[in-house]
Design a protein around this ligand. Structure first.
Ligand code: GLU
Length: 614
């Protein structure tokens, strides 16, 4: 029998942690909420402290679903699947069964961290020049052609991830784990500003497809803030998945329909979007497999940092940057110096990400070298305390390094960063001490824009994560059957074999820097978990400019500019959102104490909950 963690913390400890939290951002949606919405969870608390289990997501319905499962005796994996499925209802533009993701699990009984790679996969018939337009002989423009297309739809991995997670780590059947989400899809959730804005951002794309228009633009407009949005079709799809299992998704009627609409998108006559056709086949769906994988592991100042190995670039890129930073006493530096080193380490590890990272089923990824301390020592030679490196900087040479500084850093090249800010992330822990960190996505906010008719969910456009121009030397070039390189970085940090913190974020390639910066904030810069998440962010992905939130520029712009960093305000071309990431985390204190934290304001604020808020 498994023994639950004791609840021993003193009230002073709890009071201290709460006092350190940033000002609460409890939010109610607009007054237009109907009476029926009163029973629907809408209040968001970005910090919750207590015992017996904890959850943090971007959404109060999803956090409530996980909490319900935890309270009924389900474990972290059960609750994570319940929360993820609920996010598929309430955050349908960020994630859902039409997409993929990465699931990281800590087992308190064995002390082992395991992962599931549920990444979308390129169809077997996808040619290496799939992103070249036959008619023009030139690459499709990324927007609007590639993002709203059949050609960028990969084989979804999320349903299979849920089934595998429950089988390996959970106690519930899929039908039971999906129950809270089915309830939310049937009774509806209260539309907030973020949902309405994301719908409006996608209006042109949703209008291009009959099923998308019908579902997300009822009556021709995005649902009003405060109104109740239901998705009975998705409730039926989830019920089918629970009752009939994976075959009902990867084979049979739904599979045939997905293949049809990807190969010949059902566009409306009024749309002017080009919507290139894709290559998905029934065989691709039937043969799809999630992968059990060893986590990446790096040590940082006495902590063991576990993340996702390729096909995600998250684990090795975060790990390499930490190894570089470990060579410096960041805690003893001024904030400007510490952040300068954070930006430089990040640029250097992104240079290596570009050169070496791809799907390991197709590319030899030198994981051991990238995560070796000696390699980090040599990479750190490029950092000057007085002058920022010229970016892009060149990748290191993993075939020859001795940790000794000699040649100055060479200039490098960098791919255009075509990733967008979307995706969602969740963190769950249970009373036994098991922990799940799970990032899932349909790639762009709104995915491919294509809803599967009668089934109520969006298909991904994840294959846009492949390099858009084919280069035989590029580890992330298109290859049939390959997983595109991801940046998702679900991370679990242990200390002496016990969880210290679990965290992750959405945000395309900024996911990596958000996780890295949050760890630096927490471990080196004296911030508590809530402060580490709330602090303003900047991201340096080996590009000429550092993208930074306006608050970051206000606080650190002058000092960093003097060192040669070129700071530009963040802003996504597609959504014009000026924020980087939307992280969730749980920190673990003594005696079973859990501090669940979410964003106070980004993405409208997140929702942290604990089973026993003492
Ligand atoms: N496609 C991205 C990745 O796998 C995630 C989507 C996003 O966050 O923008 O890294």
């Amino acid at each position: 029998m498994r023994i639950a963690l004791p609840a021993l913390a003193t009230s002073a400890l709890v009071a201290g942690l709460l006092a350190a939290a940033p000002p609460g951002a409890a939010e109610e949606p607009g007054a237009a909420a109907s009476a029926a919405s009163a029973a629907r969870p809408t209040v968001k608390d970005p910090t919750a402290v207590g015992y017996g289990g904890a959850v943090s997501t971007v959404d109060p319905e999803a956090s409530a679903a996980a909490l319900r499962i935890l309270k009924k005796g389900g474990n972290a994996a059960d609750a994570a699947v319940a929360a993820a499925a609920t996010l598929g209802v309430t955050e349908p533009y960020s994630a859902g069964i039409g997409g993929g993701g990465y699931f990281v699990h800590y087992d308190a009984e064995t002390g082992k961290v395991s992962t599931i790679d549920g990444r979308e996969t390129a169809p077997r018939k996808m040619p290496t020049d799939a992103f070249i337009d036959d008619e023009t002989g030139k690459p499709y423009p990324f927007t609007p052609d590639l993002v709203t297309s059949g050609v960028s739809v990969g084989v979804p991995g999320t349903p299979a991830t849920w089934a595998r997670a429950l089988k390996r780590f959970g106690t519930l059947s899929l039908a039971k784990a999906l129950k809270p989400a089915i309830g939310v899809a049937q009774r509806g959730f209260v539309v907030d500003d973020t949902f309405r804005q994301q719908t409006l951002d996608n209006e042109e794309r949703f209008k291009a497809f009959w099923a998308s228009r019908q579902l997300f633009l009822p009556g021709g407009d995005a649902p009003e803030v405060g109104s109740v949005f239901k998705n009975p079709q998705l409730a039926t799809t989830y019920t089918m998945l629970g009752e009939e299992g994976m075959k009902s998704f990867y084979e049979g009627r739904l599979a045939r329909l997905m293949v049809k609409i990807v190969r010949k998108p059902r566009t409306t006559p009024s749309t002017e979007l080009p919507v290139p056709r894709g290559y998905l086949s029934r065989k691709d769906l039937k043969n799809y497999k999630v992968l059990n994988q060893k986590p990446s592991r790096s040590s940082y100042r006495g902590y063991d940092v576990y993340g996702m190995n390729p096909s995600s670039s998250g684990g090795t890129t975060v790990g390499e940057a930490l190894n570089i930073l470990e060579r410096y006493n960041l805690a003893g530096m001024t904030p400007t110096q510490a952040l300068h080193h954070y930006l430089e380490a990040s640029a250097l590890s992104f240079a290596d990400r570009g050169k070496y990272l791809g799907d390991p089923a197709f590319v030899d990824v030198p994981i051991g070298d990238l995560l070796s301390d000696r390699y980090a020592a040599e990479r750190a030679c490029a950092i000057s305390p007085t002058k920022a490196l010229t970016k892009p900087t060149a990748a290191g040479d993993v075939t020859s390094y001795d940790g000794v500084c000699n040649a100055p850093a060479a200039r490098g090249t960098v791919d255009a960063d075509t990733e967008n800010i979307s995706t969602t992330n969740l963190t769950v822990a249970d009373k036994w001490g098991d922990v799940v960190e799970y990032t899932l996505t349909i790639e762009q906010t709104g995915g491919s824009g294509m809803v599967v008719p009668r089934y109520g969910f969006l298909l991904n456009n994840e294959l846009t994560d492949f390099s858009t121009v084919y280069d035989p030397a590029d580890p992330n070039r298109i290859q049939p059957g390959k997983r595109p390189r991801s940046s998702m970085s679900p991370t679990i940090v242990l200390r002496d074999g016990r969880p210290f913190m679990a965290l992750g974020s959405p945000g395309g390639s900024t996911i990596i820097t958000t996780v890295l910066q949050t760890l630096v904030n927490r471990i080196d810069l004296g911030m508590d978990a809530a402060g580490a998440l709330a602090a303003p962010r900047a991201t340096q992905r080996n590009t000429a400019n550092v993208t930074a939130e306006p608050d970051f520029i206000t606080r650190y712009g002058t000092g960093l500019t003097a060192l040669g960093h070129k700071l530009v305000a963040s802003g996504d071309a597609f959504t014009s959102a000026a924020e980087i990431g939307a992280a969730t985390a749980i920190e673990f204190g003594p005696g079973g104490l859990m501090i669940a934290v979410a964003e106070p304001t980004r993405r409208g604020g997140g929702s942290a909950k604990v089973v026993d808020p003492r």
